[in-house]
Design a protein around this ligand. Structure first.
Ligand code: DQA
Length: 137
């Protein structure tokens, strides 16, 4: 089963970015743990700080992969383009967030991803990605 995790802006800084909120593990370390634990999944990871690159990646994988686990980070709350890309593809998308966006500022309560996501996993720390993966498997 081909699954890709796509992370948006500033998530390349996981491990050193606001660790009280996002934890102290780098995503690369966490991703290796996931790969070791879920050997039946053909897991891939992509991160970009650039909106258009995220849209390009969604279009590239969105008609052939079995699942996309997407943390669009701040673009979740602003990007009609990413929302439209999810609407355009056939691969199901699970939206994830590390923090509980609903317990934070009002602007984080809005998501352009959710209306077209298969499901949403929010607020379980890095474990949010694993829960999304388990749902696909
Ligand atoms: C986030 C939540 C977003 O509001 C924020 O902009 C992020 C990370 C999360 O995983 O908790 O960058 O998507």
């Amino acid at each position: 089963m081909k699954i890709i995790i796509i992370n948006g802006p500033n998530l390349n800084l996981l491990g050193k970015r606001e660790p009280e909120l996002y934890g102290s593990t780098t995503f690369e370390t966490y991703f290796q743990e996931l790969k070791t634990k879920y050997t039946s999944a053909d897991l891939e990871y992509y991160q970009s700080n650039i909106e258009g690159e995220i849209i390009d990646k969604i279009q590239e994988v969105g008609f052939s992969y079995h699942g996309i686990i997407l943390n669009a980070a701040a673009y979740t709350h602003t990007s009609i383009g990413i929302g439209d890309a999810i609407k355009a593809i056939t691969t199901p998308v699970i939206e994830v967030h590390i923090s509980n966006t609903f317990s934070r500022e009002d602007f984080r309560h809005q998501s352009y991803i959710s209306p077209n996501a298969k499901g949403i996993v929010i607020g379980f720390g890095l474990k949010s990605y694993e829960l999304a993966l388990q749902s696909f498997l």
